[in-house]
Structure formats: C-alpha cells, structure tokens
Design a protein around this ligand. Structure first.
Ligand code: UDP
Length: 251
C-alpha cells in the first residue's frame, strides 16, 4: 500500500511524496506575485497550468531531456518521480524583460544573444537573490559537475521550448526551471507554464503569461486558455498527446 511520506504546501502547488519513489503535484488555483505580496484565486487556473506543464514536460522528455514527469493523473495533478529539489531558480532569457531590464537598464525586448543564463537562490526571506556559480559552491547547493549539468539541461531545454513555442505563435522571452536530484541523476522538475515563463504574441507583442496578473494588464484565465489553445494546435504536441492518451488507456 502506498503511504504518504510527506506533504509540501507551496504558493501555487501542493506536493505529496509517496514511499515508492513517486510524487504527486497538485496545481492549485492560487496565483501570487511579488514574493507572495499579491495573491488571487482563479478557479480553473490549476487545471490549465497542469495541462500546459504536461504538454511541455512530455515534449522535453520525448526529445531526450530527462524530466521528473511521468503522467497527468487527474485534471489538476501530475505524477512525477520524487526528487530532492535543489533550492535554485534557473532562469534562461532570450530577450530582456523583468528584473534583467531593471538590473541592466537595457530596453525591454533587447535580444539576448547568446541566451542569458542565471541562478537565483530560492530563499523568500532573502528575496531570492541572484547567485553566481561560486556562490552556489560556497553554499554547497550543487557540485561543479552538477553545475555543468544544470547549465546544459537549462540551456538545451529552453532552446527546444523557444523553437516549439514559436510554432504556436508565442515568443518565449524568458523562463524559470527547477532542477531535482535523484540518487543517480539530475532531472528537470517542477512545472513549465505561463506562471513560470514570459510569452508574447509573435506578431502583436501581446502579453500572454503571469505578467497580465503582475501588472493588471488583462484577465488571467482567458489569457492562459489562449496559450493552451495555441499549444494544442501544434502538430508535434497533438501527436504526442495522442500517444500519451493511448498509453494511458492501455495501462
Ligand atoms: N520566475 C518564476 N518564479 C520566480 C521568479 C521568476 O517563475 O520566483 C520567472 C518569471 O516568470 C520570468 C523569469 O523567471 O519568466 C525571469 O523572471 P525575472 O527575474 O525577470 O523576475 P520578475 O521580474 O518576473 O520577478
């Protein structure tokens, strides 16, 4: 019988770890910004983020990137391999926005060539500060070999997603990954959704991610529904989805 070993409650997700090496991530309807200062609940948001994460994590997994994703187990939960999350936010940027705009003074949407890779310490009490790799070593958060793997995982995954999203008429400005450790390897973990990346319409530049909530630009639910609608029209994701629902029925 499966036993809950632990339950972690985050701002937007609830994670249940089981004793068989699996975990379940439940996507909540909560959305927060500014380190939790701004908070709201949009009924249906968890289902949307779970579905988008399923498609994008499965796409990466299928293309050879190791991820924690196993399957979506209900509309708002996915079953994943249990990992120890490294307390880093791993950010890749293709264009300047958000905190990079403030830190550098460069204009919004200046292209980042090559993409900019950043690490932030996941510590709410310190305000999630930017770290370099020496700081990560100092804090003993990852080894030098792991740092190399994290960098390769993040840059290759971000590049694949950038190309995929382009086919959904979505410009990927930047995104945040989390990395999980198992006994033997590092895996891309957590979620990939408009909560964790910046997306713009490729033609109009319309904001299609959590920035609509951060900056009160538009309604969040219709924005996320539009992103999902576009993803579900990408042929590679459609065929991946068909094969996932076939194997779901067989098992
Ligand atoms: N991001 C995230 N969680 C965080 C901080 C950032 O998912 O706690 C994402 C954010 O949505 C964006 C990217 O990481 O896609 C870069 O964020 P930035 O450093 O510009 O910070 P922001 O200005 O969004 O706080």
């Amino acid at each position: 019988m499966l036993v809950h070993a632990a339950v972690y409650e985050g701002k937007a997700k609830r994670v249940r770890i089981f004793d068989d090496g699996l975990a379940e991530i439940e996507f909540k309807d909560d959305v927060t910004a500014g380190n939790g200062l701004k908070h709201a609940v949009f009924v249906g948001k968890g289902v949307l983020c779970c579905r988008m994460s399923e498609l994008l994590l499965a796409y990466l997994q299928h293309s050879g990137t190791p991820t924690h994703f196993l399957r979506r187990s209900s509309l708002s939960t996915m079953t994943v391999r249990a990992v120890q999350i490294i307390p880093l936010e791993v950010v890749v940027r293709f264009e300047v926005a958000g905190s990079l705009e403030k830190r550098t003074g460069l204009p919004y949407r200046t292209p980042c060539v090559p993409p900019v890779y950043e690490l932030y310490f996941k510590r709410d009490d310190l305000g999630d500060p930017l770290l370099n790799e020496h700081h990560v070593r100092l804090l003993n958060l990852a080894t030098t070999d792991e740092l190399r793997t994290i960098r390769e995982l993040a840059l290759s995954s971000a590049t694949k997603l950038h190309a995929l999203l382009q086919r959904a008429q979505l410009a990927l400005i930047d995104l945040k990954f989390e990395i999980g450790r198992t006994d033997s390897s590092l895996l891309l973990a957590d979620e990939i959704s408009p909560d964790t990346c910046r997306l713009r319409d490729v033609v109009t530049g319309q904001v299609l991610d959590k920035d609509v909530f951060r900056r009160d630009l538009a309604e969040l639910l219709p924005t996320y529904q539009e992103v999902l609608r576009r993803l579900e029209q990408v042929p590679e994701l459609q065929s991946l989805d068909r094969s996932m629902s076939r194997s779901g029925k067989e098992s």
